[in-house]
Design a protein around this ligand. Structure first.
Ligand code: ACO
Length: 328
């Protein structure tokens, strides 16, 4: 018996999709008591995309996945696994991953959704990485897709200016070369009250409440403080787990919730903002869509090159937080 060869999962291709319709800060000034100046200076957001009527999370996921499969040179039926991060599934069941699987002609492979709010894609990546490392899957599709604007109250200025719709995807392949070095996933349900949507199935749809089903409730400034501290900690933990240092990281690809949170994480990593992928100005917070959208944009623009080391991280409702350190 020879030494067992370590298997890594490697990103073979990336893809993303943004709905056509753009909503600018000026458009929102007409709906709520806000200003472009307030939104841009507090969050970094200048515009976001919004899904068309009838266009669903599954549609966005399908377009992003198709592009990622094309970039990887992989056909739908070759997939062993689909993991899809979303908080805004098309319907309660089947999962959006199952709906996507059928559209891709990947029928028969494992397919399921992961709900970790804004950390959904990085969670999904962590799950798929375990399947590939253990030899259970050779080709896996990982998607982050959301239509968050469907659950916003466009009368609530404190949340409706923050979110947008979009999707991103990666195809993972088993490889003897890294690949993903480590993924770290965490949650603390004790923070539920700071960021949640109260509408439920088992807890009741509450159709009698005003705006039932269309609201994100968030204590923004409290979320902000915990996010900055928590992301600091996970940066340390991730580097340590991989035996690496700040200077080994070529690009930070963060969840795009707030430019000030991103800048804080970059400072912690001693990375100049030129080494951080920022899309929040154009995309807003697309929840699970944000990290794979930023990754795909960075790959397609030629910024991120093969062989470089990337740190992906996210923070969201739950609270959940997660990271991945990988060689692209
Ligand atoms: N336009 C103008 N004024 C506004 C707006 C708006 N759109 N929204 C709130 N304000 C007002 C508030 O009413 C408040 O007014 P007051 O002082 O008279 O009471 C004032 O602005 C300050 O409000 P804060 O909430 O303290 O503002 P802050 O600087 O914290 O910025 C923000 C708010 C942008 C939400 C920030 O706290 C943030 O980004 N938090 C983190 C969000 C996040 O990371 N979420 C996690 C991911 S999301 C997910 O998982 C689904």
């Amino acid at each position: 018996m020879g030494d067992r060869v370590l298997i890594y999962s490697r990103i073979a291709g990336t893809g993303s999709y943004l709905p056509e319709k753009v909503v600018t800060n000026a458009d929102l000034e007409k709906l709520v008591d806000t200003t472009d100046e307030w939104i841009a200076s507090r969050t970094g957001i200048r515009q976001r995309h919004m899904a068309a009527e009838g266009e669903t999370t599954g549609d966005l996921a399908f377009y992003a996945a198709t592009r990622a499969l094309e970039a990887a040179g992989v056909k739908g039926p070759e997939l062993d696994l689909i993991v899809l991060g979303t908080t805004t599934p098309d319907i309660i069941f089947p999962s959006t991953a199952c709906l996507l699987q059928h559209r891709l002609g990947a029928n028969g492979c494992a397919a399921f959704d992961v709900n970790a709010a804004c950390s959904g894609f990085v969670y999904a990546l962590g799950v798929a990485d375990q399947f590939v490392r253990s030899g259970q899957a050779k080709k896996a599709l990982v998607v982050g897709a959301e239509t968050l604007t469907r659950m916003l109250d466009f009368g609530d200025r404190s949340t409706c200016v923050l979110f947008g719709d979009g999707a991103g995807a990666v195809v993972l392949e088993a490889s003897e070369e890294p690949g993903i070095f480590t993924t770290r996933l965490h949650a603390d349900g004790g923070y539920k009250h700071l960021l949640y949507n109260p509408v439920g199935v088992s807890a009741g749809f509450r159709p009698d409440e005003p705006n039932a089903g269309v609201r994100v409730l968030m204590t923004g400034n409290e979320v902000f403080k915990v996010a900055v501290k928590t992301l600091d900690r996970i940066v340390d933990e991730t580097l340590q787990a991989a035996g690496m240092q700040e200077s080994d990281v070529d690009w930070l690809i963060p969840h795009q919730a707030n430019l000030r949170i991103i800048e804080a994480t970059a400072r912690r990593l001693k990375l100049s903002m030129e080494r951080v992928i920022v899309t929040i100005d154009r995309h807003g917070n697309t929840s699970s869509g944000s990290v794979p959208l930023a990754l795909d944009e960075a790959v397609r623009s030629g910024k991120v090159q093969r062989g470089q080391t990337l740190l992906l991280e996210a923070f969201g409702g739950g609270f959940t937080w997660a990271s991945a350190l990988l060689r692209y």
